[in-house]
Design a protein around this ligand. Structure first.
Ligand SMILES: [Zn+2]
Length: 150
């Protein structure tokens, strides 16, 4: 969920040298778009549709390229791909709408949060990953250097 996707983006920032803001934004957009369309606006049947596709990746990366330049678009695409790869434990409609997928109805937002809260293993894994990613990100961006200088 959210913690895991932020953690993956932070690690991409550190290890793939992707700019922080666009890599995190690109890493969150698929869920922000699709969960909003499904769980909030109720206009799509699944919380993984347009935002979880290669078409979504291409179109949004092009928009970021035009608006912010190629460096930001590269970081955005890295974050976006990281999100889709991290989601592969469940259905990701990579090639939608060019390939038909059976979209099972997604549960409501309250049900999703309830399931997450009850899955202690997922909470521990995602929180641990986020703590590790935050440590290395802060260490790289000056936390460790300031400590050494001071
Ligand atoms: Zn997702």
């Amino acid at each position: 969920m959210l913690f895991g996707h932020i953690a993956v983006s932070l690690l991409q920032h550190r290890y793939l040298k992707a700019d922080l803001a666009p890599v995190v934004a690109g890493g969150l957009l698929p869920d922000v778009l699709d969960k909003t369309m499904c769980q909030v606006l109720h206009v799509t049947p699944s919380g993984r549709m347009w935002g979880h596709t290669l078409l979504g990746l291409a179109v949004s990366s092009l928009i970021v390229d035009i608006a912010c330049g190629p460096r930001s678009a590269r970081a955005w695409a890295i974050g976006y791909v990281g999100h889709l790869v991290a989601d592969t434990g469940r259905q990701v409609p990579w090639l939608y709408p060019f390939v038909d997928y059976e979209f099972k109805p997604s549960p409501g937002l309250r049900e999703i949060l309830r399931r997450f809260a009850e899955d202690h293993r997922e909470i521990v894994v995602e929180s641990g990953l986020l703590a590790w990613a935050l440590f290395w990100t802060l260490n790289r961006t000056g936390f460790g250097r300031r400590k050494a200088e001071g």
